[in-house]
Ligand binder design. Structure first.
Ligand SMILES: Cc1cc2nc3c(=O)[nH]c(=O)nc-3n(C[C@H](O)[C@H](O)[C@H](O)COP(=O)(O)O)c2cc1C
Length: 226
């Protein structure tokens, strides 16, 4: 695919046909995605391809729990687990115990175990130069050493005629996932990537215009136009 086309037409695809994803295709995608930029070129990612039906079933259950916590925020009109206005996390904004006991139907999550390909992306935290650690706000830079790799996988999927979505809510159940999959201490869940042959190819994405988020010289400078 032409690069700009791929960038503009790679949506979150959550509905797939039953057609399996070939391991050779997955391997090829990983082989291209590994050239992603990352801090200090330490390449702190580890990918676990989930094939075992029992593991997939457990992961689906845990995803559903995370999804319940997520949607409890959305129901209240909140950005789930976002830091407060001052940029700091001060604890849950909803009753998480109640959220976990409140069903939140979600076609994608409720059928997660049947997704053709599931790739768990694990980060080795000691390899992430989180240079904004210690600032009095939420740290964001560490993820930047992992997510370009994840997005490369989505672009590669698009190039292969596949669709996919990077998901994060499973991280709510990280402790249990680590036990389930023998993930050593010092590692964190960066995401769960779902992939398959799309039921429908969506190519029209809704995003803000450049002028809405780009300014000149100051945050409140004039909108950037050529
Ligand atoms: C860091 C990150 C976390 C995400 N977590 C989830 C998730 O847990 N579940 C899910 O269904 N989609 C998840 N998404 C997908 C987003 O919802 C999607 O990228 C966004 O809504 C834009 O969708 P579009 O490209 O189809 O317009 C996540 C995306 C990113 C980048």
């Amino acid at each position: 695919m032409e690069l700009y086309d791929a960038m503009r037409t790679t949506p979150a695809t959550r509905a797939y046909t039953d057609e399996p994803v070939d391991d050779a295709v997955l391997h090829r995608m990983l082989d291209h995605a590994r050239f992603a930029p990352n801090g200090g070129n330490r390449q702190g990612w580890h990918v676990i391809i989930l094939k075992d039906p029992e593991i997939r079933r457990r992961v689906r259950e845990l995803y559903q729990v995370g999804w319940r916590e997520y949607t409890a925020h959305v129901r209240e009109g909140l950005v789930p687990f976002a830091p407060r206005d001052n940029g700091r996390w001060t604890g849950p904004a909803v009753d998480l115990a109640e959220a976990r006991n409140t069903p939140a139907p979600n076609e994608f999550g409720d059928n997660l175990e049947h997704v053709p390909a599931l790739l768990l992306i694990v980060a080795e935290l000691g390899r992430l130069a989180c240079v904004d650690n210690g600032l009095d706000r939420q740290s964001i830079i560490g993820g930047g050493s992992i997510y370009p790799f994840c997005h490369n996988l989505l672009l590669a999927a698009r190039n292969e005629g596949l669709g996919g979505v990077l998901t994060s809510v499973l991280a709510r159940e990280e402790t249990t996932v680590r036990e389930l999959l023998n993930i050593p201490e010092g590692h964190g869940l960066a995401g769960l990537l779902a992939l398959g042959h799309p039921q429908k190819v969506i190519t029209k994405l809704r995003r803000a215009q450049v002028e809405e988020f780009t300014t000149t010289d100051r945050f409140d400078g004039t909108p950037f136009t050529p």
